[in-house]
Design a binder for this molecule. Structure first.
Ligand code: ADP
Ligand code: MG
Length: 299
């Protein structure tokens, strides 16, 4: 490959950096990775891909791009209440990309992987017009111990795990901490009836959860936590917050909220209704209006 580095040299370096793990029989370097399946548990498989221009700006530091590529996937496994284990990292790299850039990209990936106990076990490397990073993440959960999007019931409290809005504008999309730990604790102490992470925006992703459960929701304007400088419209529609939205029966939600422990602060923002697909925003004056569930994507 142009740029003074070759694919095989890269693979050799990645292999050295990947470390070892008793669950991984064969990691980077063979035709496929070999991992021991967790006995008696279910596997969770998530894939999320970042493309230059759409999911990160041209000129974003390589390390931040790598970090974000893994972080989005960790957020998906978190949204299912699972534990992340192994990742495959596939990259498309423009000709002439310096070796340093690719090493930095992987530094971002390896550092976050280490924090979350995740092993990089393989991937693919190709040349492409724009930079592309596609991560596949394997996680696990006990049978019946994961949380899907469906399952919300009328009367449930809707909570989010953190302030929303302006993530992309303020660069929080490059720094967010995936809510893996929080989700695992929620499953243990709840569990939530339905859960999803916010990639497209509160209104859009809550909308998916409502569709999956055949229910509706009322949100209270004053209860939605705003990121610094964010307006309510930004909290509803900006996206890339990577906080979790979940629903729980009100008594359990209240109990956890009073003693959140390692879960940190939870924000109850509304209730599930039986009005299928309908998203209502209640203003400070008590007036209710239907709001659009559109999402926001930067392309
Ligand atoms: P093949 O042509 O047989 O698919 P590759 O040369 O693509 O083999 O890959 C060789 C090894 O290097 C495999 O273990 C593969 O998973 C790993 N690998 C290739 N690219 C990456 C990457 N970007 N990140 C992690 N592992 C990689
Ligand atoms: Mg290959």
């Amino acid at each position: 490959m142009a740029g003074g580095w070759g694919e095989f040299e890269l693979i050799h370096r990645l292999r050295r950096r990947a470390g070892c793990d008793p669950r991984v029989v064969v990691g980077i370097g063979d035709d496929a990775a070999v991992v021991r399946p967790p006995s008696g548990r279910h596997l969770l498989l998530a894939a999320d891909m970042l493309v230059e221009g759409g999911h990160f700006r041209r000129g974003t530091p390589a390390r931040a791009v790598g970090r974000k590529a893994l972080a989005c996937n960790l957020s998906d496994i978190a949204a299912m209440g699972g534990t992340p284990r192994q990742a495959l990292v596939s990259i498309g790299v423009p000709a002439g990309t310096p070796r340093r850039f690719v090493d930095d990209l992987f530094s971002g990936i390896f550092a976050l992987a280490e924090e979350f106990g995740t092993r990089i076990v393989g991937g693919d490397t190709v040349r492409s017009r724009q930079l592309v990073v596609a991560v596949t993440l394997i996680g696990e959960a006990p049978p019946g111990g994961w949380v899907g999007r469906a399952g919300a019931r009328p009367g449930d409290t809707i909570c989010v795990t953190g302030p929303l809005g302006r993530s992309w504008k303020d660069g929080r999309d490059l720094r967010f901490v995936p809510r893996v730990k929080e989700a695992r604790l929620l499953v243990r102490r709840g569990p939530p009836r339905a859960m999803i992470d916010i990639s497209d925006g509160l209104a859009a992703d809550l909308g998916h959860l409502l569709d999956a459960g055949g229910v509706g929701a009322v949100l209270h304007t004053g209860a939605i936590p705003l990121a610094v400088g964010a307006r309510i419209e930004e909290a509803l529609y900006d996206g890339e917050d990577y906080e979790l939205i979940f629903t729980m029966d009100p008594r359990t939600a209240d109990r956890i909220r009073r003693r959140p422990g390692g879960i940190g602060r939870l924000y109850p923002i509304g209730e599930v209704t039986d009005r299928r697909g309908e998203l209502i925003l209640e203003g400070p004056d008590g007036r209710r209006r239907r709001i659009p569930r559109r999402g926001f994507r930067h392309f």
